[in-house]
Design a protein around this ligand. Sequence first.
Ligand SMILES: NC(=O)c1ccc[n+]([C@@H]2O[C@H](COP(=O)([O-])OP(=O)(O)OC[C@H]3O[C@@H](n4cnc5c(N)ncnc54)[C@H](O)[C@@H]3O)[C@@H](O)[C@H]2O)c1
Length: 415
Amino acid sequence: MERIVGRLSYIPRVRAPLAVLAENIHPVADRALEEAGLEIERVPGALSGKELRAALDRATVLGIRSKTELATGDFHLGKGPEAVGCFCIGTNQVDLVGASLSGVAVFNSPFSNTRSVAELTLAEVVALTRRLFEKSAQLHAGVWDKSAKDAHEVRGRTLGLVGDGHIGSQVSVLAEAMGMRVIFHDIARRMPLGNAQSRPNLAAVLREADVVTIHVPATAMTAGLIGVAELRLMRPGAMLVNNARGSVIDYAALAAALRSGHIGGAALDVFPEEPAGASKAFKCGLEGLANVILSPHIGGSTEEAQEAIAVEVSEKLAGYLQRGSTATSVNLPEVDLPTPREGQVRIMHVHRNVPGVLGKMHTLLAGGGVNINAEYLQSNERISYVILDVDAFKGEAIPAGLAAMPETIRLRIRR
Ligand SMILES: NC(=O)c1ccc[n+]([C@@H]2O[C@H](COP(=O)([O-])OP(=O)(O)OC[C@H]3O[C@@H](n4cnc5c(N)ncnc54)[C@H](O)[C@@H]3O)[C@@H](O)[C@H]2O)c1
């Protein structure tokens, strides 16, 4: 049995556990959630207004993608879902501070689509080097141009990666498998895979590569990373691929470099300003340029990635409900303990990070003659999360005492 209580009202509530899944989350998510004892309710499209509030009231777990927005006012101390699963990469749509202060764990899937991006990148490296899109566009217009001029194999050519993280490192492996020579620059020390070689700075990669491909996050440091000066450093005729973030490249400077012929082609999946939906017009200043592939931020958009996201997020939600695991949660301190021993009671307690809370919990349990067998605490600047495995106890005095502590944000007890 599980009791879930908030500090403000201690009348133990036993909820019928329900996962409300919005926005067409991949059906494979049901498996882990059902195994964790949840019933599944699916809601088509994004949630907002009254529909959102009703879903928050009845859900033990709320699953959303990027279009459902959860603001500060949507989270309440001791009420609403235990956890929110963002079945997508980012969590910008959720007020993470509000969720933390209400003890709601938020999970996402930051890297499940990285293989999809890596594959698209490699396809574009080949397509640019063969001028494939240009030939295709010509043929669509009825022009049969069979010339080999400026079309090359990628074998033996140099690929320069800027950022060698989850995506960059996979591109590195795939490119080498096609016979490319791989160099990379990363601000963090990365172990080169295969025969890839690191370079001490961005300029070294730009000077040497036939194709440069960007795989860095959008940060203050990467904003405008590739501008007029950096494009000048690139080899005449070199190509540029950006499947990372639009802020990294100065697209006006790139358009000028493409027009002048200094840059031989580009593939761009991300833009400084991206339309909210298909009904909105799109402009980036690179339309109509030869050997430029434009795609509408689809690098990670594959059915395989959606499935992988659904598996990862649903398993994280199940782990939180069953064991209290907050491993990889984006807002609660990370705590993970194995499944408790037979006969043990697990106390999962989110509280304000102020001195003396653990002492109070220990005193309460000792006063009830309850032995603690495992304990794991982690804190951030605002809140702490502790899991305690304790000997079985009877009655409601201990849960009531824990719930009544003024520091308590959320308490779950699994017997
Ligand atoms: N097009 C899409 O649909 C799509 C999908 C997924 C991810 N992305 C984007 O791809 C990018 C890379 O994603 P990832 O999963 O590989 O991220 P990651 O965090 O695993 O790797 C990023 C790497 O960049 C390095 N880095 C950061 N700043 C740098 C700098 N100034 N110079 C050199 N290296 C730097 C980091 O040290 C890290 O190794 C991100 O911008 C992400 O948002 C796009």
